[in-house]
Design a protein around this ligand. Structure first.
Ligand code: FMN
Length: 307
């Protein structure tokens, strides 16, 4: 089977980005090594791990812990920095992939986001940006960028001025009013939204009292957070017109369907890839069969949940 043998029923669009199908990978959970398991060019798009202006060694170990229904992580945005990404990783991605490449980036200050984007803009072969705003803002006592609608508006407005490419803002669920932050991103000029990043979590060894994760609090992902992600997508879809790339606990094509009905135009599989390395491909094939069997298209069901 060739790359484009899926039915056009699965085609979708994330703002300016045309996707052959609505399934991509969640930032930080996937790499080119997965081509041992399936042809990566069958994905709707590829999302990189978040990069930052300067290299980061990440947080101290232990930084991963599996719970009953999910995964705790505290990787701490370990990455080689934007220069190294542009020199060695991007050329390899572009050589191997014919699908859209979405580069995820982040920063500790607004200026760092801006400098990183300016460097990325000089490169060839990037189709879109996913802006990770779940990271601490060092100018605001380390409170994540994504919890403050005014900061989000200002950040997005300044990034928007620097690029004509698809600008996807990735939201954190660790807020009281995610829809308010989504509106701020829309007002700032975002093209689309990605949600959700990990939910704040923690685990402690009940016998010794020692935190399972060196940093204490960390990010929770996997099946346990799916209902949270779904509710957030539903809330945001009601308030903004922007297309939504949804993630959070998606394991199967049926999970993906729930997110389409809630208002997502595309989805990403993250943690579940660690359980089933072919998960994305299984979701794509499952959706394809379901849409053909039921004579449906993706476009006609987005946001069509009924109560
Ligand atoms: C090990 C790990 C590393 C992650 N790294 C990043 C990252 O670098 N940037 C980012 O925006 N999200 C990162 N995430 C969050 C995922 O992209 C995703 O938003 C979240 O895990 C929810 O989806 P899931 O439940 O399908 O994993 C990471 C998640 C995990 C589990």
């Amino acid at each position: 089977m060739g790359v484009n043998d899926l039915s056009p029923r699965l085609q979708t669009r994330l703002g300016k980005l045309e996707m052959q199908n609505p399934v991509t990978v969640a930032s930080g959970t996937f790499g080119l090594e997965y081509d041992d398991f399936f042809d990566l060019n069958r994905l709707g798009a590829y999302v990189t791990k978040t990069i930052t202006l300067h290299p980061k060694i990440g947080n101290p170990a232990p930084r991963l812990y599996e719970t009953e229904a999910g995964l705790l992580n505290s990787i701490g945005l370990q990455n080689p920095g934007v220069d190294e990404f542009l020199k060695s990783q991007l050329p390899e991605l572009r050589e191997k992939l014919s699908i859209p490449i979405i580069v995820s980036f982040s920063g500790g200050t607004i200026e760092e986001f801006i400098t990183t984007l300016k460097l990325l803009e000089q490169a060839q072969g990037i189709d879109a940006y996913e802006v990770n705003i779940s990271c601490p803002n060092v100018e605001k006592e380390g409170i994540a960028f994504g919890v403050d609608a005014l900061v989000v508006y200002e950040l997005v407005r300044r990034l928007r001025a620097l690029t004509a490419k698809e600008l996807i803002i990735k939201l954190t669920p660790n807020v009281t009013d995610i829809a308010g932050v989504a509106v701020a991103a829309e007002d700032g000029g975002a093209d689309s939204l990605a949600l959700i990043n990990t939910v704040q979590g923690m685990a402690i060894d009940p016998l010794t009292g020692k935190s399972r994760i060196k940093m204490g609090m960390c990010g929770y992902s996997g099946p346990a957070i799916k209902p949270i992600a779904l509710a957030n997508v539903f809330k945001v879809a009601k308030r903004v017109k922007l297309p939504i790339l949804a993630m959070g606990g998606i394991c199967t094509w049926q999970d993906a369907m729930e997110f389409f009905y809630a208002g997502a135009g595309a989805i990403a599989v993250g943690t579940y890839t660690f359980v089933n390395p072919k998960a994305c491909m299984d979701v794509i094939n499952g959706l394809d069969k379901h849409f053909i069997d039921n004579d449906m298209t993706l476009k006609e069901i987005i946001g069509k949940v009924y109560l």
